[in-house]
Design a protein around this ligand. Structure first.
Ligand SMILES: Cc1cc2nc3c(=O)[nH]c(=O)nc-3n(C[C@H](O)[C@H](O)[C@H](O)COP(=O)(O)O)c2cc1C
Length: 192
């Protein structure tokens, strides 16, 4: 029997991604988000949901661009720090020693040391409630070559992204390989 947890956001897991933006003076900022995901294949798009109180919100409204940086578990401290402090009061790149790189495609910086980055141009934003959802068209994904598999695809076991459990507010690493998508399901039906 299932127990009701009520109307809330306790779904697991969520991603742990770091959103890069420039403020009005051109200072790079970075904040951590869990409310985000892929939302369209053609054109390729990603959403992020931000509270208006974040410094990043104003930056993205102004610049209409952001990057989504994928930290590996090696950078869990920095990723958490980016969600603890505001760019309104500290320069989070300077404080952590990570390197902001100016994207050539969008008006936003990305994190040199993180293995993967998505460069997004804002094409919509919707005020939902506490959070405003930005839809960004993906103009490019950049990845360290050492993070690719033999077929040239991102290798999740090399990237070692973090996942987040909102209820207990804890980070986890990824688990082991379990099966091939769009294949293993064929064994689930009695008729197969
Ligand atoms: C794991 C984690 C996930 C977070 N997810 C979100 C999110 O999805 N949306 C949001 O508005 N804030 C989120 N935050 C809080 C912001 O990262 C935090 O308010 C940050 O200080 C904002 O930075 P800024 O003011 O420099 O933009 C999250 C924080 C952490 C640690």
């Amino acid at each position: 029997m299932k127990k009701s947890l009520g109307a809330n956001t306790l779904i697991v897991p969520t991603p742990v991604w770091c959103v890069g933006s420039y403020d009005k003076d051109g200072t790079p900022n970075i904040m951590t988000i869990a409310w985000g995901g892929i939302c369209c294949s053609k054109p390729p798009c990603m959403t992020i949901s931000l509270r208006k109180a974040t410094y990043t919100f104003g930056n993205i409204m102004e610049r209409k661009a952001y990057t989504i940086n994928v930290p590996s578990d090696r950078h869990v401290k920095e990723a958490d720090y980016f969600g603890l402090k505001s760019g309104r009061t500290v320069n989070k790149f300077k404080e952590t020693g990570l390197t902001p790189v100016k994207s050539e495609l969008v008006d936003a910086p990305y994190v040199e040391e993180f293995p993967m980055v998505v460069e997004c141009k804002v094409i919509h934003h919707f005020e939902i409630g506490l959070h405003t959802q930005f839809v960004g068209e993906i103009l490019d994904i950049k990845i360290d070559e050492s993070m690719l598999n033999k077929e040239g695809k991102p290798d999740i076991e090399k990237i070692r992204p973090l996942i987040f459990s909102p209820g207990v507010q804890q980070y986890h690493g990824i688990g082991e390989y379990i099966g091939d998508a769009f294949k293993i399901g064929k064994k689930a039906s009695n008729q197969s």
